[in-house]
Design a protein around this ligand. Sequence first.
Ligand code: ATP
Length: 385
Amino acid sequence: MSQIQLNNIVKKYGDGFPAVNDVSLDIADGEFMIFVGPSGCGKSTLLRMIVGLEDITSGDMMIDGKRVNDLAPRQRNLAMVFQNYALYPHLSVFENIAFPLRLDKKKHSDEEIRRKVNAASSMLELDDHLERKPGNLSGGQRQRVAMGRAIVRDADAFLFDEPLSNLDAKLRGQMRTEIARMQRRMGITTVYVTHDQTEAMTLGDRVAVLKKGVLQQCASPRELYEQPVNLFVAGFIGTPPMNFLPARVQGNTLSLPFVDVPIGSELAEQVRDRDLVVVGIRPEYFKDASLGDDAPRDAVRFRAPVDQTEWLGNEQYAYIPYETDAAVQAKLDELDRDLDGEGMRPQMVVNLDGRSRIREGEEADLYFDPRLMHVFDPESGHCYT
Ligand code: ATP
């Protein structure tokens, strides 16, 4: 069991731009922590510094209150869990799990090895497969063998670096569920690196979102989704991504494409010196008024022309182009590039109930709850609401 603390961690390769820039984070005992962000944001570097595979330029890495910056990986007692390629094909499941103990023969008797492997395999539901070779196991079972190897070592924490990135979508889904189940059952501190926001949201107790080496927000998946601190986090979390709409500030009103939205005096005060802000509304927050469902009393209603639709049975997407302001668009394009996109189209994506029958080329009758709207400063990206 282990608590991992990162205090003002900086990593510079050579004298370039810091790959990790002043990251501070407490990972609690038993917590499942995710590092997520686009390619090059520094998440693998951060993980490698925890495990000791990379030097730390400055800051303190603490494990259970002890500074470990200068300890070799072996002395940190953390286990990197590798995918099936780290299993020995000619050894049985039992021997694969026992492997780290056999390396240190003097320390572990045969009896102790048997006891530890049996305990781990029962925890991982591998008892019936101990005599099999890895080649005869499913992907999920192999993953569990790899975890078993870390368990017999009594590692204080598991560290995963994009373990599912090479798998097809179906297997990835299965393995994700498997890892989540095993981690909950064992309650062992786990740090998991991914660029996939679905993995981040489904696995993590908390998710640390990184951009260009800087920690943007570390929070529960629900908090990241509902209260993103800035445009970057808001755009990164959620599929399809949040709509970012340019909105002109006119006193106590925000003028969005198609509709004016009244705002409270507190927000009006905050945006007083801005001409333009960015309003974020998730695609699923829009509702189809023609379905006649109960709407909140202060719902914002508008009509908008639909360019394209997609009906998937349980949901319908509608794509609504809008006129934009060049300066705002340039800002949104820049943000989108940070998110590894290719620029943002001035169109609203609306994700409706499967009962919707909105048609291309017609106007849709839509509404949304203004309390679910996020308002961002286009310059700093900071969220006001
Ligand atoms: P990816 O998802 O692509 O693996 P990442 O978020 O894990 O990306 P890192 O691999 O940690 O990012 O890299 C962060 C930055 O540090 C990148 O700009 C990368 O080019 C740089 N970097 C990583 N390793 C080295 C190295 N050994 N030498 C020099 N620069 C490096």
